[in-house]
Design a protein around this ligand. Structure first.
Ligand SMILES: [Zn+2]
Length: 466
């Protein structure tokens, strides 16, 4: 790759013997094939904090529905790092302004390190952990945990010295952390200059949601779930460039004719959510294994992975027997009984907090009515948003460039192309759609009780939500 060539004098393609001798490493990845990583990236990979990701499933409990969904955060992080390298290489090759080879090299490494480390902070079973901590009342996000874990990784493994070998000091470490979260913390001045703003959009793009993190997990999850993924990220890479926008910052732009490809990307996202991420059996298992019910007291996050499931299951500690019974139910697939689902609209204009409050109110109403009508039975209600509809055009914030590659298309042209190309798999709607999934927790629930509950859910009318 470009940046590496200038430092080491190697060809940008293939791996030769001297590269291997200087610490480059080749990984054979199930999605991208052979991936060659720079020695500094390999140093990060070979740490206990990074290796921990081998034991955190990307898709939480989805493997209880899709047998192949055992892919882990480790391989996803390597894949994201690879794609980040490809994207930087492509964008820098299109850059019109001057940039020294040293700077290209440094920024390539920073973006690839951010990509490699962006998921270090995931907890057991990935996003399931976030939902679990939410039920404990924490506003815990894996992105900020990733930053803490990155600091911890560098310190614990004395990597400062290694970083310095490639001219990455404290300032660059701060930049890497900003790249992980897609920009500076709120109200802080960005560390990168205006001309370098586009680097923030590679690993975690806050404006458009189009970034290499998503590209990798769409492809990887699709492969392991055996779902056909049709959007072509290679084409998007080929037709991308950097241009200044009215805000005085550089942004990643895609060629105008690629709009359809981007719509396809969002369609894939919807399909993955619908088919797997929010599959009712997966949610059912998450409900059963809420680790708080398992009375878990995490000692240290860096030692916490999917193994907690089996730690609890095989523990001789009698205080865990109630939790063990729950986990046994998962293994015997003696799951909560699915009662039904309730869909209702939530006005888009409500704030996130208000939307959440509406949903919580509705959940409480459903739950108390059910437990009152079906005395003796216990229920559980889980909520989420349906992603099939979109309240706004998903590509509205994406910048597109004209054939000449010199300017971003204007609003009118954007609308014309959209009218011609948008498929439209998205039903634009005024409201968001929330869904409640209702489960009965009792193993021995009587048939008539369950029918009563099912009828209640079928006929339930929400007053929501304006
Ligand atoms: Zn990720």
């Amino acid at each position: 790759m470009n940046g590496y060539c200038c430092q080491n004098g190697h060809q940008s393609f293939g791996l030769n013997f001297s590269m291997e001798a200087t610490g480059y490493k080749v990984f054979n990845d199930s999605v991208h094939g052979h991936i060659t990583l720079h020695p500094l990236l390999v140093k990060v990979v070979d740490t206990p904090q990074f290796q921990r990701l081998r034991n955190i499933k990307q898709l939480g409990f989805a493997n209880y529905v899709f047998p192949g969904a055992n892919n882990c955060r480790y391989e996803h992080s390597l894949g994201t790092c690879y794609l980040a390298g490809k994207m930087v290489e492509k964008l820098l090759s299109r850059e019109s302004g001057p940039r020294s080879n040293e700077d290209k090299f440094k920024m390539t490494l920073c973006v690839q390190l951010a990509a490699l480390c962006h998921d270090l902070g995931h907890g057991p079973f990935s996003h399931t952990w976030e939902r679990i901590t939410e039920t404990w009342g924490y506003d815990w996000k894996h992105e900020s945990a990733s930053i803490q874990m990155f600091d911890y990784l560098v310190k614990e493994n004395n990597l400062h010295e290694e970083f310095r070998k490639y001219n990455l000091g404290e300032e660059e470490i701060k930049i890497i952390k900003e790249l992980i979260i897609g920009g500076p913390d709120e109200n802080k001045k960005p560390l990168l200059a205006n001309k370098d703003n586009f680097f923030y959009e590679i690993v975690s793009n806050k404006n458009t949601g189009i970034d290499v993190d998503r590209w990798d997990y769409f492809l990887r999850d699709g492969l392991h779930l055996n779902l056909r993924i049709t959007f072509d990220y290679r084409r998007l890479l080929e037709f991308s460039t950097i241009l200044y926008d009215d805000d005085g910052l550089t942004h990643i732009n895609f060629r105008d004719k690629e709009m359809l490809n981007l719509y396809d990307m969002y369609r894939v996202r919807s399909a993955l959510h619908y088919a797997a991420y929010r599959h009712k059996v997966v949610i059912n298992i998450e409900q059963i294994t809420l680790l708080k019910e398992a009375h878990l007291a995490p000692e240290s996050f860096s030692t916490l992975t999917d193994h907690v499931f089996y730690d609890i299951l095989y523990s001789r500690d009698e205080r865990l027997s109630a939790a063990q019974q729950l986990l046994q139910r998962v293994l015997k697939r003696d799951l909560y009984k699915f009662v039904g689902s309730i869909n209702f609209p939530i006005a888009k204009r409500l704030s996130k907090k208000e939307q959440k409050e509406c949903i919580e109110k509705e959940k409480f109403k459903v739950l108390s009515k059910l437990e009152n009508d079906c005395k003796g039975s216990k229920f559980s209600v889980e909520d989420f948003y349906l992603y099939l509809d979109s309240t706004s055009d998903p590509v509205a914030n994406v910048k597109f460039y004209k054939k000449t590659g010199e300017e971003t298309i204007e609003k009118e042209t954007f609308e014309n192309i959209k009218n011609r190309l948008a498929p439209f798999p998205f039903q634009l709607s005024e409201d968001r759609t929330a869904q409640l999934l209702v489960f009965c927790k009792n193993q021995d629930v009587k048939k008539n009780q369950l029918e009563k509950a099912e009828n209640f859910v079928k006929q339930y009318k929400t007053q929501c939500i304006v």
